[in-house]
Write a protein that binds this ligand. Structure first.
Ligand code: FES
Length: 324
């Protein structure tokens, strides 16, 4: 059960290699390109082996004549990025209109933008929009190697000296506390990247006594601590045992078996799909950004849209009862 997304046919206009594992796609919908604001994304519906599955991709840069997305190939993922990397100009796919759950608040006096790896995609448009408005904005781009810094030239063009590149293989330190200390009081932080990066900044933000509402994040969940593997989910209240293939989410496997779980973002952000864990014989690989670190350690809930179980099975309670 998901808040409805409408898909229409779209066409791949151009494909460009950005790094060894990231490709940029320009996509033209059949009708007009709907305008979008920085932080927006589109959903695409992909015909994977396990059935049609939805993936969300942030729109890169400012609104233009095409939807511009970048996709990192995840070898251990559920197959969506591998499918996307197989697309060539002229290929068709089903895409939604843009939606924005990561809208920038243009009323702030100061901004710090932090992007790690592929997390740069929603941040570039923010940097460009804020630079155009003459806002007080700084950005930090982090990646493992210099070749993995994406859109660095476009950030430099927008912000010049106000962009810092941090490359871990060159022993550069990200130092979240120092970055936050440079942001004047009342400033807002927008961050997108791997879970570890977001959590490091969140801890430093909290330690600096900054208001939580000024810490804004979007991540597409973590790729997981372990490679995706099949597991079985039991729902004792429904007397059901459902196999979850390696290339399918637990949420989709439950839905395919007729077990409804509420969901919305399907990216591990909103928490709507979090179900109670009754027991687990395997390790829970939490891939969401909704549960707190304490909740992830406790393993009492699991976000069915992204998180998985490795090396065993899990029993859950979806909250559904026959008298509902
Ligand atoms: S649907 Fe939003 S966290 Fe799963």
């Amino acid at each position: 059960m998901r808040f409805a997304t409408t898909f229409s046919e779209a066409r791949v206009v151009a494909v460009r290699e950005l790094s060894r594992d990231v490709r940029e796609f320009l996509i033209a919908p059949q009708g007009v390109v709907a305008p979008w604001t920085p932080g927006a994304h589109i959903d695409v519906s992909l015909p994977l082996a396990a059935g049609a599955q939805t993936r969300s991709y942030s729109l890169v840069g400012l609104a233009g004549p095409h939807y511009r997305i970048a996709v990192k190939r995840a070898e251990n993922g559920r197959g969506g990025s591998r499918y996307m990397h197989g697309l060539a100009p002229g290929d068709r796919l089903m895409a939604s209109d843009p939606a924005n759950h990561f809208e920038i608040d243009l009323r702030r006096p100061h901004y710090l933008l932090v992007a790690g790896g592929i997390g740069v995609t929603p941040i570039l448009g923010m940097a460009q929009a804020l630079a155009r408005r003459g806002a007080d904005v700084r950005a930090v781009l982090a990646a493992r190697t210099r070749a993995d810094l994406l859109f660095a030239d476009e950030f430099d063009a927008a912000l010049g000296e106000r962009v810092r590149h941090v490359v871990s293989t060159e022993s550069m330190r990200l130092a979240p506390a120092d970055q936050i200390a440079e942001l004047p009081a009342g400033g807002e932080l927008y961050i997108c990247g791997p879970l570890s990066l977001v959590e490091a900044f969140r801890r430093a933000w909290t330690a600096a006594n900054r208001p939580q509402e000024l810490f804004r994040t979007e991540t597409f969940g973590s790729g997981g601590a372990r490679a995706a593997e099949p597991f079985r989910v039991r729902v004792p209240a429904l007397d059901a045992a459902i196999d979850v293939p390696a290339d399918m989410s637990m949420l989709d496997a439950l839905a395919a078996a007729g077990v409804e779980v509420m969901s919305d973002c399907r990216r591990g952000e909103c928490g709507l799909c979090a179900v109670e864990v009754i027991a687990a014989s395997g390790a829970i690989d939490h891939r969401d950004v909704f549960l707190s670190e304490v909740e992830r350690r406790e393993n009492r809930r699991i976000c069915a849209c992204v998180s998985r179980v490795v090396g065993g099975d899990v029993s859950i309670d979806t909250g559904w009862r026959a008298d509902h």
